[in-house]
Design a protein around this ligand. Structure first.
Ligand code: PLP
Length: 365
């Protein structure tokens, strides 16, 4: 890998494009001739306001976000949204229908239960979260108005490939933290999409909320100000001091994705990368075992196991020798997890696939 950088397969925070980091380095002391760095700017000043406006405009272009949706740059990570969603979109008597497909849906459910009613409409827990329950088998609340899904489960490596076809009067809310901007998505099919930034977009803490306008302005009276989508929308995401530097980095990433041809191109590249690794798994006659059903394998997070801890330890050691790190599966599931977010270059995916082939060949000697 170039410039002394290693291939970091972390599930997040994760790699950012090298040219984005270089631009940030260049701007650090003196952004665009302003004589100051972005971290030092007033969020009310014309310099930062221009940065924030460009970031929003570029994100709108990238995702083709319809006019009747607001883009909010919030704080506190996707975890904060687990609470903000009930505060903004339900009363304590309303029910959110959750589809539980992994550890992050489970966390969202646990948090929502504190603030509203929850119905687990479907779960794959009994199968260790290795598939997505068929939509025809979801048991939705009669008259329910809100369905929550986790579009990509970062730990289990399970990803929706189609948008659920909810009824017209049902609002679909999706946690897209770990596949946001990895592929085109039809925003109009969702009431709300949210994502923590630290996988494909920028620094942890920045949280992007894309929400249809008619859903805004219904927050409970006791909704904390920092959770309130209306306050955020009415104040251009600057009700308080926003995470200015983080938003600036996100903006650089949006420009980068536009410059390489937008999300169709990003998806094409990502599909090639994950195919290298899935092919290495599928061609290994069980030397590597991927638990997830093929129709919902994540393009971002690829978990697999080997026959013993010793083999996995050898895998990590060999990988480290070749400058490949952060490959251990989440502590709750073990095994190996290869995360190949947008900024992972093709060479990184090739290098890990090559390592997988070599260890397989070695095992046959
Ligand atoms: N949802 C998903 C799918 C995630 O992957 C994560 C973090 O990894 C979260 C939510 C929580 O995000 P945060 O740590 O930004 O609160």
């Amino acid at each position: 890998s170039s410039k002394g950088r290693i291939y970091n397969f972390s599930a997040g925070p994760a790699m950012l494009p090298v040219d984005v980091l270089e631009q940030a380095q260049k701007d650090m002391l003196n952004w665009n001739g302003s004589g100051m760095g972005v971290m030092e700017m007033s969020h009310r000043g014309k310099e930062f306001v221009s940065i924030a406006k460009a970031a929003e405009a570029d994100l709108r272009t990238l995702l083709k976000i319809p006019e009747n949706y607001k883009v909010l740059f919030m704080q506190g990570g996707a975890t904060t949204q687990f609470a903000a969603i009930p505060f903004n979109l339900t009363t304590p008597e309303d029910t959110i229908d959750f589809v539980e497909t992994g550890a992050w849906s489970t966390k969202a459910i646990k948090e929502a239960k504190k603030y509203c009613k929850v119905n687990v409409a479907a779960t794959s827990k009994a199968e260790n979260f290795t598939h997505i329950p068929e939509e025809s088998n979801w048991t939705l609340t009669p008259g329910g108005k809100l369905v929550h899904i986790c579009y990509n489960e970062t730990i289990g490596g399970v990803e929706f490939k189609d948008i659920p076809r909810c009824a017209d009067d049902v609002t679909l809310v999706a946690d897209m933290s770990s596949d946001f901007l990895s592929k085109p998505v039809d925003v109009s099919k969702f009431g709300m999409i949210y994502a923590g930034a630290q996988k494909n977009v920028g620094p942890a803490g920045v949280t992007i909320v894309i929400i249809r306008e008619d859903l805004i302005g219904k927050a409970r009276a006791d909704c904390p100000a920092m959770f309130d989508y209306k306050l955020a929308a009415d104040n251009d995401s600057m009700y308080n001091t926003p995470p200015c530097y983080g938003i600036y980095i996100c903006g650089l990433v949006f420009k980068k994705l536009l410059s390489i041809g937008g999300l169709e191109k990003v998806e094409e590249y990502n599909l090639k990368k994950c195919a290298l690794i899935y092919d290495a798994i599928d061609g290994s006659e069980g030397f590597y075992k991927a638990p997830v059903a093929k129709n919902c394998r994540s393009c971002m997070n690829i978990p697999f196991t080997m026959a013993s801890k010793e083999l996995e330890t050898e895998f990590f050691a060999e990988a480290a020798k070749r400058n490949m790190v952060q490959l251990a599966g989440h502590k709750s599931v073990g095994g190996i997890r290869v995360s190949v977010y947008n900024a992972m270059p093709m060479e990184g995916a090739e290098a890990i696939a090559q390592l997988m082939q070599e260890l397989l060949a070695r095992s046959k000697q």
